[in-house]
Write a protein that binds this ligand. Sequence first.
Ligand code: FPP
Length: 256
Amino acid sequence: MTDEERNSLKENLVEEVLNSGVPEHVAMIMDGNGRWAKDRGFTRIRGHQAGARNVKRLVQLADDLGIRHITLYAFSIENWARPWLEVSALMRLILAYIIRERNELHKKGVRFRFLGRISELSPRIIEEAQRSTELMAKNTGITLNLCINYGGRSEIVDAIKKIIIVGIPPEKITEEIISQYLYVPDLPDPDLIIRTSGEMRISNFLLWQCAYSELVISAKYWPDFDEIEFLKSLRVFQLRERRFGKTSEQIISSEG
Ligand code: FPP
């Protein structure tokens, strides 16, 4: 495809997406960096570097489309089990991203938040994450939620601990209360979760919040998951019927 053809395809897809109801919250499992690198004879770390470069353009596009929240699974609790060289490269990439993008994201009105057991990260990451969160706290553009040292089960465990510590009695515990004690209490549930690289697993991601999320799996590896692939995934989502446990007929009559 020529650049001109790609631009025209992108423009058409943007128009279709904008005309069909943009999701409020899109979450992404950025998978396939290692295989992308292996296919090219590169180290896995180069795959992650290419993956990090891809983050910037998709956050920008999500913002341009008017998506309100984007959540990225950058490092899971389980990822600590990877070779130390890879873990430290990932931590360096995440730290570099937080520092490098701060001013530009702030100028664009982005809000930055972090989900995960952040206190277990290096003091430098904690400090820079806090600096970004505070700097951008009052911004009203898209919220970028970065999951680092994140696990869906740990998030629920941590919420239960907080509920016990503040002394909420069992009869007062509701789904709303649990939501309020998650890492980011006012985060709406994701409408759409995209996973790249063809894997069909949720991998401990947003377990509480994903109850009624639509899943779209892209065969592309994350570094190749470009703007056109993102727009196509949004179109797949828009063509789904979300029923939330109701019947198709009920949904149609409520829309009419
Ligand atoms: C999964 O691919 C990807 C990760 C564990 C890390 C995701 C990190 C990035 C995209 C870069 C850093 C992020 C930011 C926000 C700057 P994999 O390594 O499991 O790939 P594989 O399954 O092909 O081996």
